[in-house]
Ligand binder design. Structure first.
Ligand code: DGY
Length: 323
């Protein structure tokens, strides 16, 4: 019998976990997304009460209606904007995510992007490989911007935002400003962080790192107006969700020198990006949504989702419900 429908290739450890628990599964081992109609048809046919989805699966009302047997959608991600949570809740379906296990890994990438964009690593590396380095010069072609002691603005001081702020404050002596719905008392007390309004953050930060979920409120929260408030030397980093930045405005701001650079891991229309972005090199670093992309973390995320699915199947409260 099939209890769990796994939409994409998963780890052997996950399959072993289900085997040991006596939980039957269908596993799309191909690691390519099933087209929505095919996913709906196969999910309905499987009769599985649990769906283990990834962020490229659109779990909307149409899919949920095609599978009335569903009890749980266990998303293998901390973000769940690919799932219509309201539609699931209305149908009595539990939705779960994978918080905590990817916090430090994603903060590592945010900081790596910040550093790489500031110090122009993606320009310097191909320069070196191409044999263009002839001599050390005071005015080398890849002079960058200091990170140490600068001001770091964190938009969204949740787990990942706070982990990124901690790296800046403790590792790089940065002054931390943050914008969010709540005070972060530990950050205020331990690292002298300050909660400020968005405009203050935009105007005073040297580096701005985005850590908000994608919602109606955060959609395009960084557009031409906000970019214009930033320092011309500022670098923006996004490891959250692409549509938080209006990408066309960001490209224009980078082209016109409104801000200095960007480190981007997420894009508005993944896997595409605004055509202009690929032609921008100076202080611009682009990665393909690998914030949580270490082997250990992707395994932890997958196991967490499996445990969430199993809990619901065993009539227990899952560790990470979002509804
Ligand atoms: C998440 O967990 O939301 C990440 O974007 C996945 O890489």
């Amino acid at each position: 019998m099939v209890d769990v429908f796994i939409t994409r290739k998963t780890f052997d450890e996950v399959l072993a976990y289900f085997d040991e628990a006596g939980i039957g599964y269908f596993h799309n081992a191909q690691d390519v997304p099933l087209p929505p109609a095919e996913l709906a048809e196969q999910l309905a046919q499987s009769g599985a009460p649990a769906l283990m989805s990834v962020l490229t699966d659109t779990v909307d009302a149409t899919l949920l209606d095609a599978a009335p047997q569903l009890q749980v959608v266990a998303n293998v991600a901390v973000g769940y904007n690919n799932v219509d949570v309201q539609a699931a809740t209305e149908r009595g379906i539990v939705v779960t995510n994978t918080p905590d296990v990817l916090t430090e890994t994603t903060a590592d990438l945010a900081f790596a992007l910040l550093m790489a964009a500031a110090r122009r690593l993606s320009e310097a590396d191909p320069y070196m490989r191409a044999g263009k380095y002839k001599r050390w010069q005071l005015f080398q072609p890849h002079l960058g911007l200091d990170v140490y002691g600068k001001t770091l603005g964190i938009v969204g001081m949740g787990r990942i935002g706070a982990a990124t702020a901690r790296r800046g404050a403790l590792g790089f002596g940065m002054r931390v400003l943050y914008h969010g719905h709540h005070d972060h008392l530990e950050a205020d007390r331990e690292w002298g962080a300050q909660r400020v309004d968005m405009e203050t953050l935009l105007r005073q930060s040297d580096f701005i790192s985005l850590h908000v979920p994608l919602t109606e409120e955060t959609h395009h929260m960084i557009a031409a107006r906000e970019l214009a408030m930033m320092k011309p030397t500022a670098i923006i980093v996004n490891t959250s969700r692409g549509p938080v930045i209006k990408e066309v405005d960001l490209v224009a701001a980078l082209q016109d020198g409104v801000i200095a650079g960007a480190g981007l891991d997420v894009y508005e229309e993944e896997p595409q990006m605004q055509p202009g972005l690929a032609g921008l090199y100076e202080h611009v670093v682009l990665t393909p949504h690998i914030g949580s992309g270490s082997v250990e973390t992707r395994l932890r995320m997958s196991m967490t989702a499996a445990q969430n699915a199993a809990a619901v199947l065993q009539n227990q409260r899952p560790p990470n419900p979002v509804n």
